[in-house]
Design a protein around this ligand. Structure first.
Ligand code: G1P
Length: 297
């Protein structure tokens, strides 16, 4: 019988240098799309997919993340006293049950594979999910849930994938496709950040993974790959070499690269426009602003 996936790893140790000076004193995962920090989107998606144990791989300077998931008794009391029940309810949903969330530290940045490997003892001998909080995915059915459903059929390793233009492929892990079945592809290889013009396809890996415990075994070798870092992509590619299945799943939804400033701004616009309480005012502002810009050109 296939084991249910109930653990997810969130590598959140990155320094967020692309968002300095903001990230001088706040973790980039606390940066906010409309009124919710990036990490909240990731947690909600994991919960919707049935994840019960949340493993954070953190580093120095990330304590704001730990506080964010804790109860906030003074704040809750004051909201209760002033009868702000809707806000209180919303706040409660951000609290994590005692023991549901665990933190391990990555002492030095050595790559995504290394960050995931830091969680090996907490993951144990079970399949597990990995969510990269920089990749925010707007979807009717949350992306990881879509992947869980696909994984229930196939087992093995499943990575989220989407088409990118050939010029962008060198910024991603890229799949070498053995068989294309529509929403799923079976991979015969995987390359991290292929040099320009060498990508085996235009299918890029996006930051959602469902992985077998073998991946941790592969990471134990701490093999250094692209950019001098220990790459998760390499540990997954080793499974293909060993004859174990790796699938790419073409998710339904829109992905925003919130690790880049342009992507973060685009996500802010999209999530702002998706909000009933903001849509009218915000879209009017955007329309007027664009018109003014055009007129000025
Ligand atoms: C990481 C992975 C890469 C993947 C990407 C998705 O790269 O190493 O394989 O395609 O996330 O966002 P990073 O963006 O951390 O350089």
């Amino acid at each position: 019988m296939k084991r249910k996936v109930t653990k997810a790893v969130f590598p959140v140790a990155g320094m967020g240098t692309r968002f300095l000076p903001a990230t001088k004193s706040i973790p980039k995962e606390i940066m906010t799309l409309v009124d919710r920090p990036l990490i909240q989107y990731a947690i909600d998606e994991a919960r919707a997919a049935g994840i019960k144990e949340f493993i954070f791989v953190t580093s120095r300077g990330k304590s704001a993340l730990e506080d964010y998931f804790d109860d906030a008794p003074e704040l809750e009391n004051s909201l209760r006293k002033s009868g702000k029940t809707a806000l209180l309810e919303m706040l409660k949903q951000t609290n994590m049950d005692s023991g549901a969330i665990a933190y391990v530290r990555q002492n030095r940045p050595q790559g995504l594979g290394h960050a995931v490997w830091c969680a090996r003892r907490l993951v144990g001998n079970e399949p597990f999910a990995v969510i990269l909080t920089d990749d925010v995915i707007a979807a009717e059915k949350p992306c990881l849930q879509q992947m869980m459903e696909a994984h229930a059929e196939t087992g093995g390793n499943v990575v989220a994938t989407m088409e990118v233009s050939p010029e962008r492929a060198s910024s991603y892990g890229v799949l070498d496709v053995a068989e294309d079945m529509g929403s799923m592809v079976r991979a015969k290889g995987m390359v991290e950040k292929p040099p320009m013009g060498t990508a085996p396809s235009n299918l890029a890996v996006i930051g959602r993974y469902i992985l077998t415990p073998n991946i941790m075994t592969n990471l134990n070798r701490l093999k250094v790959g692209a950019g001098g870092e220990i790459q998760l992509t390499d540990a997954i590619a080793e499974e293909i070499t060993a004859g174990n299945p790796v699938y790419g799943y073409r998710f339904r939804g829109q992905r925003f690269d919130c690790g880049s400033k342009a992507g973060f701004l685009q996500a802010t616009v999209a999530f702002g426009l998706a909000r009933d309480d903001l849509r009218n005012e915000f879209s009017q502002y955007l329309t007027e602003t664009v018109a003014l810009q055009k007129a000025a050109q």
